[in-house]
Design a protein around this ligand. Structure first.
Ligand code: HEC
Length: 144
């Protein structure tokens, strides 16, 4: 019974974090893709609830167990938008890359939400235009 209450994203990625097995990361991303391609929300709170809270907690409290999902509540690393934008677009380890699933406005909306909610009191004024520039920059870095 308890298993059924594990959020989808957590269920997908807990084995990944435990085993660092790339095929499972890929499987998790594919499953994630099928659930996120329907994201049409432009509301940061709603995007957070649907795309992020499964791993990071409804209040951004994080989850620490088989895997480690950092708290986003009162997190000083959110003070500058560039860091969360990079994580969201590129992913890292068990954090999935959302570059194909969220457009520039959606990334800006969810980052602004995080910067001004869940105990964070930062500017939250990043624009879609700025996300667009960062997206191009990160893609260039990847190509080397
Ligand atoms: C499948 C689980 C999962 C989902 C879904 C997820 N994350 Fe993460 N996130 C992680 C993990 C794991 C890390 C730690 C990555 C690392 O080790 O660098 C992380 C790290 C982060 C960090 C960096 C935190 C820090 O203190 O360094 C930010 C910001 C972040 N995620 C934002 C988001 C946002 C916004 C979303 C939704 C668009 C999201 N995450 C969805 C698992 C997830």
């Amino acid at each position: 019974m308890r298993y059924l209450t594990i959020p989808l994203f957590l269920a997908l990625s807990a084995p990944v974090a435990a085993q660092e097995d790339n095929s499972q990361v890929d499987a998790g991303r594919r499953a994630l893709a099928s659930t996120t391609e329907k994201f049409t929300d432009s509301d940061g709170a709603e995007l957070y609830r649907r795309a992020c809270s499964g791993c990071h907690g409804a209040e951004g409290e994080g989850a620490y167990g088989a895997g480690k999902y950092p708290a986003l509540a009162a997190n000083p690393r959110l003070s500058h938008a560039r860091y969360p934008v990079n994580l969201i677009l590129e992913g890292n380890g068990a954090m999935p890359a959302f570059d194909e699933w969220l457009d520039d406005a959606q990334v800006a909306a969810v980052v602004s939400y995080l910067q001004t909610n869940l105990g964070n009191e930062y500017d939250g004024d990043i624009t879609a235009e700025e996300v667009k520039r960062m997206r191009a920059e990160f893609a260039d870095l990847e190509e080397g």
